[in-house]
Design a binder for this molecule. Structure first.
Ligand code: CA
Length: 227
């Protein structure tokens, strides 16, 4: 099935580059050079996904997104932001953006994200993901992301995070984690789990909000959204 993507980008080179790259990847692409044209297209045609630049002539990317959501259109929307606008991503995510990328970006990564969002939009493979807040585990691709940012995990860390996500909100004793993830029983004084958990927490929680992994002293670990 042909997938149709709307690109709203006023920078001539970036817009042409996106149109060409996405077309070569097999998508049907419409390109608008300003916010009003972009919103008009978004509301009058049916798109599977939209890629919006933030700073646009006419109305900006945020306003385009608001117009799209207000019209009840729920296609995935991916933002392109300049590096100095990154702190504004929170605003975009609150307005209903699904993802953002910082310019300059690698086209391969943009394409990968476009495909993930299209798959997610189709709902067909929903069960292949585990999620809490902005943490997502893609079980098929063995990939973890927070707010769309890739987190590199070892196989053990992935298994550990998968267990925590499957039983989110439950305090998991070390003995259970040892038997499920390492498939053996550790001596009670072994610190293998503590060390692995510390590394996992640094990757999953450092630099991200909300904090998700919590140590319950004397009991074990729980994945939950910190108050
Ligand atoms: Ca721009």
């Amino acid at each position: 099935m042909l997938m149709k993507i709307l690109v709203v980008e006023d920078e001539i080179k970036t817009g042409d580059y996106l149109r060409q790259g996405l077309s070569e990847a097999g998508f049907v692409v419409d390109l608008a050079r300003d916010g009003l044209d972009g919103l008009h297209l978004a509301l009058t045609d049916a798109y599977d996904l939209a890629i919006l630049d933030v700073m646009l002539p006419g109305i900006d990317g945020w306003a385009v997104l608001q117009g799209i959501r207000r019209a009840g259109k729920d296609m995935p929307v991916l933002f392109l932001t300049a590096r100095d606008q990154v702190q504004e991503r929170v605003r975009g995510l609150e307005l209903g953006a699904d993802d953002y990328m910082v310019k300059p970006f690698a086209f391969a990564e943009l394409l990968a994200r476009v495909r993930i969002h299209l798959r997610r939009g189709s709902q067909a493979k929903e069960s292949e993901y585990l999620r809490m807040a902005n943490l997502e585990l893609d079980l098929m691709r063995r990939r973890a992301t927070r707010s769309g940012k890739r987190i590199d995990l070892t196989a053990k860390e992935f298994a550990l995070l998968e267990l925590l996500l499957r039983r989110q909100g439950e305090v998991l004793p070390r003995s259970l984690i040892a038997s499920q993830v390492w498939d053996i029983n550790f001596d009670s004084d072994s610190n293998v789990i503590e060390v692995a958990m510390r590394r996992l927490r640094a990757k999953v929680d450092d630099g991200f909000e909300p904090k998700l992994i919590r140590t319950v002293r004397g009991m074990g670990y729980v994945l939950e959204i910190a108050e």
